[in-house]
Design a protein around this ligand. Sequence first.
Ligand code: BTN
Length: 311
Amino acid sequence: MKEDVLAILKESQSHVSGEKMSEQLACSRTAIWKAISQLKKEGYPIEAQRNLGYKLTDFDLLNERELALIAPEYKIHYIEQTGSTQQVAMQLLADGADTNTVVVAGTQTSGRGRLGRVWQSEKYTTVSMSMIIKPTITLQHAPKLTLVAAVAVARALSKYADVSIKWPNDILINGKKVCGILTELQADPDRIKAVIIGIGINVNNAVFDESLEDRATSLAQEAKQSIPRVNVIERVLTEWTQMYALFESDGFTVLKPLWEAYATSIGATIRVRSEQETLVCTLLGITDDGYLRVQREGGEETLIISGDIDL
Ligand code: BTN
């Protein structure tokens, strides 16, 4: 009953009367009232107005219960506020967490980015999540997981706007970054123990700091509507489940063309900053191992294992 009442409230943009709900659910008004009281006790912000009925006042509900409903095959931990979900995931791993454990934060105060950078997450508007995976692949194949995650997120976000992937795993809309992915490994010399895939998505950010304004965007800015974060997380986990299953059964060769179909600027001149050098070159694609293939100005082909692309 409680779930049915909640579903009606979530679907409605305006107030719904107790009478209407009792008719719809073929139950008494008292049963509706009881369900509403329970939901309020559980923390759902429900406004009651005389003559109008009930309304959920927060369109962007994010809590452990909502998250458990979207992906029962994952063990999702919700934390209202934390420094970094990567850090929390690492602690859970140390405490024995299993594969498919996910950490989601309502807000993240010291997010980590790739290459030791800071990742800014605006309060209560972004998705900050870290997935613990225990894959049965060798260390050499680990970089591919990042690309599999990028394909999954690109597919998930393409519902809201036209997305592209900038190697290795930035998701862009109209050339601006909407999502970053950070993959961290725990491994013995010969074996991966676990991988933590951290995903940060700008969902309902209305404005960005001056320093990011030209380079960052949000789903809401691009789709011109606010989006419940739980829906975005649901899409990401659904796509991840599918893409990872494909990777496990058929390997990266099936995923590679999907990644390349989203890739920005194949055939274009780009600048790549790697640890060794900065080079201007033509982007050719990726290898079966997930490395970047570029052609230098002299014609020589080079593989880039780690670095950044400037478009
Ligand atoms: C990047 O583009 O540099 C990667 C950014 C990754 C950010 C996410 S947000 C969730 C998870 N927790 C972190 O501290 N970082 C990742």
